[in-house]
Write a protein that binds this ligand. Structure first.
Ligand SMILES: [Zn+2]
Length: 226
């Protein structure tokens, strides 16, 4: 009742098209939900994320949920996550993706999950880590041990958008620290980031994990931007 009244005064709107949401819809209207630009990478070996990372780190599978399309729904979702602090949306996307990749996770024996951490300063500025909220949503739906607390970022790195790939590699090289190494041993860990572009951040974090402990790595992200 109060929820209905609130919705009348502050209607919930679709993040993508601004249509009013019905009671059963969350964040996106049904029309936008079914038109999400899903990559279906988890069903396709040798997909574009895997090709991006080949030869750089040992991994089993890599997949992104959505294609990044300029001015499209993915961009609006990422904007909402990044600038409007919509942690619940990140969690919602994680739960939704978990249910899509369930069989892939089972088939490959993936049994743990790690979100790429933010540096404390960036965390304070943004209020939350969208990769972690996405990973937490996945861990809610799948039998994955959440090891995210054991990975931290040692160095504060500047925004990477205007740097070349080599600069980026320097920038992220050995910025991650792993604690409680025994928790990672003999696991198959899904390393989760928000957006994969060059893959440098994933490469740095995943290589730090695999050089420290005997475990297998797969990779997932909310979006893939070629
Ligand atoms: Zn919509």
């Amino acid at each position: 009742m109060i929820g209905d009244l609130l919705n009348l005064i502050f209607p919930n709107l679709c993040i993508s098209c601004n249509a009013s949401l019905s009671r059963n819809e969350r964040h996106l209207c049904l029309g936008c939900l079914i038109r999400l630009p899903e990559t279906q990478h988890h069903l396709t070996k040798e997909n574009s994320v895997e090709k991006t990372l080949w030869g750089r780190i040992p991994f089993e599978r890599a997949f992104s949920f959505l294609y990044f399309n300029q001015k499209g729904t993915t961009q609006k979702l990422l904007h909402e996550l990044k600038y409007k602090g919509n942690e619940e949306l990140a969690h919602f996307l994680g739960e939704m993706y978990a249910n899509k990749i369930r069989k892939t996770v089972e088939d490959h024996g993936i049994n743990a999950i790690v979100a790429i951490p933010l540096h404390k300063m960036k965390m304070a500025k943004r209020g939350y880590n969208q990769s972690l909220a996405f990973a937490n949503g996945m861990a809610n739906q799948l039998p994955l041990e959440n090891l995210s607390d054991y990975v931290s970022r040692k160095k504060y790195t500047d925004t990477q958008t205007k740097k070349s790939r080599i600069d980026r590699w320097d920038n992220v090289n050995s910025v991650f620290a792993i604690q409680n190494l025994q928790s990672f041993e003999n696991k198959h860990i899904l390393v989760v980031d928000d957006v994969i572009t060059t893959g440098a951040t994933i490469e740095s974090c995943a290589s730090e994990i695999t050089k420290s402990v005997n475990c297998r790595i797969s990779i997932a992200s909310i979006a893939y931007a070629a």
